[in-house]
Design a protein around this ligand. Sequence first.
Ligand SMILES: N[C@@H](CCC(=O)N[C@@H](CS)C(=O)NCC(=O)O)C(=O)O
Length: 223
Amino acid sequence: MIKLYGGIASPYVARVVLYAKLKGVDLPLSDPPGGMAGLKSPAYLKLNPMGKMPTLEVDGQGIGESSIICDYLDDVYPQKSGLPADALGRARSRLVARIADLYLAPHVGPLFRHMNPEKRDQAAVDAAAKEIAKAYGYLEQVMDSGPFCVGNSPTLGDAALGTMTAMLHAMLAAGNFTIADPVGSGRLATWWKAVQDDAVCGPVIREHGTAFGGFLKMMTGRK
Ligand SMILES: N[C@@H](CCC(=O)N[C@@H](CS)C(=O)NCC(=O)O)C(=O)O
């Protein structure tokens, strides 16, 4: 038995949902044992000691970390790959996902603390904006001529970066930040249009963006 735990408002959960769809694998989302608020429950921590979503449960054993879950899906469902055909293309696609995790995500999350324009630390926002622009610069260089991250079809990198970009857009809109859209021009704009227009990527990315926007509204309305 295989079960994916998490909510689509998480970009990491959305990455796995999208990746499974790209591979033609039916992997519906389930609420974590203990419910969405139970990520630190003993039952959930037994499956994923980091207490984060997503977690994939396979025959009672848990696998954490979105990219590792995607790797696992490739191992057990090799029929349709979610990666480019050639080794260099596969490396590029994985690198896009890695850059999104290591160089982009750490600067997107903290914007959450500065959602209110009247109370924000503008210097901290400016510093994050600089790092975010830098990360998209790295990504642009790693992508090939596209229009997807690598070639003509969406792969792992598109699943990872597409969902994270939707999250960033939702944050920029909700916080009324004066940060320029990092995918607003050039190669990155071409990429963003390709993933949004794609029949598989577009709906998941929009569903995630809407769910994350709703989560932001709930959290900021509460403060
Ligand atoms: N590196 C992890 C990140 C997962 C992550 O940060 N998930 C967030 C939701 S977007 C979470 O579960 N946060 C709850 C918590 O940290 O308590 C991955 O790729 O799966």
